[in-house]
Design a protein around this ligand. Structure first.
Ligand code: ATP
Ligand code: MG
Length: 413
């Protein structure tokens, strides 16, 4: 392979004025973390990053690069000296590697060094003339070329590249503060968490677990999903808060009319999430709701459910089609885990006819039938919090206990 570096661009980041310093610091740190263990050298300039590949496997480097939020695009480049003959030779070699049949092409030159003795257009003419005369497969088309050969002259060197590949985009995770992700074992919430991180939000996760009403595998699924998401997180790790939800779950099954079970269960989740978010300095709650997907996600339901809190609730997927959510889920390698058929608290005892337009007043009335406030406080108090890293080998079933006992044990260690 002829390429010896990857040129990384940050896009919008450079426009952020005063915040630029924080953004860059976060991005550099993230980049260093994700490249750890690879034999590359990361060179920083004021508006770009150059990854020197040394002899590292380029696919491995790209795989890691795709975990860094805040990068807009990258190009595989060949670096040579800014001597015109060297540029011509390198350009020819690059085109010979890229072009295998009759192809239209165009050369673009950018001259960051204004002292360079030739203008951009002259350089373009010299280089394209040389390449054309040595490679008969190439034909110039300046309007609609199949291949563009870009030359950038800066700092005494010339960078040559012919691709511009879209990267993760967004902002470096962490710059937007912290949010609390309501994480179930389904398809949607891990995708919501990924999109939040991509937008710069560091996440902690809250999971409502109802073992033994639900299986230990459903809690393990959450652990495994967090491992996948942790690859994108700062430090490759994420804090997860397991809320013991069984008592509250049982109480509402006993006291609330079936059609309002889900509405009230979700109101309880929002109440608990709000308290935990405040405790953990999370400035918003994030979840995987998508308008119209299920009965609890009609606007009427959302309105009644959301009315228990005035905390900001972010719903990154609210307007997404399921198919687009599934595509992202596959991209972040969560899909196969998410579709494993273990029940969670939302899937046990699903009412036959859930209210699609539940009324706030009715929900409040039903909630008066049991002392939920104490139970909400107890749930928050008895939370089991653990940190899960991308390379964790945590296996909850190994201990042969109920989830909350297992988690308690892990927490004590
Ligand atoms: P998902 O695929 O994320 O499970 P869903 O379409 O199945 O979503 P619901 O089960 O109604 O929808 O849940 C909506 C959202 O509520 C989820 O995306 C998630 O953010 C949150 N949620 C549901 N169950 C739990 C749980 N047990 N623990 C934490 N959050 C949950
Ligand atoms: Mg679900």
């Amino acid at each position: 392979m002829i390429y010896n570096q990857i040129l990384v661009r940050f896009g919008d980041l450079t426009l952020k004025g005063k915040n630029q310093k924080v953004f860059l610091k976060t991005l550099y740190k993230l980049m260093d973390e994700k490249m750890e263990g690879l034999n590359v050298y990361v060179e920083r300039t004021h508006d770009r990053i150059f990854i020197h590949l040394n002899d590292e496997d380029v696919n491995k480097v790209i795989e890691r690069l795709n975990l860094v939020s805040g990068i807009s695009s990258y190009s595989l480049v060949v670096k040579c000296s800014d001597d015109l003959n060297d540029i011509k030779e390198t350009a020819l070699k690059l085109m010979q590697e890229v072009v295998k049949k009759k192809t239209t092409f165009k050369v673009n030159t950018k001259r960051a060094d204004k002292n360079y003795p030739m203008h951009s257009l002259e350089i373009t003419k010299h280089v394209s003339g040389y390449v054309l005369s040595h490679n008969s497969d190439l034909v110039v088309d300046v309007h609609n070329p199949e291949v563009e050969l870009n030359l950038e002259i800066r700092g005494g060197a010339c960078y040559l590249f012919n691709t511009n590949i879209r990267a993760m985009g967004g902002f470096p995770v962490g710059v937007a503060g912290k949010g609390l992700l309501m994480l179930s074992g389904g398809i949607d919430s891990p995708v919501a968490g990924y999109l939040a991180m991509k937008q710069g939000i560091e996440i902690e996760c809250i999971h409502f677990e109802s073992t033994p009403l639900t299986s230990i595998e459903s809690a393990q699924k959450v652990v495994d999903l967090v491992k996948k998401m942790a690859k994108y997180a700062p430090g490759n790790k994420i804090n997860v808060h397991f809320i013991p939800f069984k008592e509250l779950h049982m109480a509402l099954l006993d006291n609330v009319p079936e059609s309002y079970n889900i509405t009230i269960m979700r109101r309880m989740m929002y109440r608990i999430a709000t308290k935990l978010a405040i405790k953990q300095n999370c400035l918003a709650i994030i979840n995987g709701e998508s308008v119209g997907q299920v009965a609890s996600q009609t606007l009427g339901s959302m309105n009644t459910i959301n009315s228990v809190t005035n905390y900001p609730i972010l719903r990154p997927l609210c307007t997404y089609d399921k198919i687009d959510i599934m595509n992202i889920s596959r991209k972040i390698d969560c899909y196969d885990l998410s579709i494993k058929p273990f029940e969670d608290c939302c899937t046990v005892y699903v009412p036959k006819a859930p209210a699609t337009s539940p009324k706030k007043e009715k929900a409040e009335l039903f909630e008066k039938s049991f002392d939920y406030e104490t139970m909400v406080d107890m749930a928050v108090e008895n939370v089991n919090s653990i940190t899960i890293s991308a390379d964790s080998n945590l296996d909850l079933s190994m201990l042969g206990l109920e989830v909350r006992e297992v988690l308690n044990e892990i927490k004590q260690k």
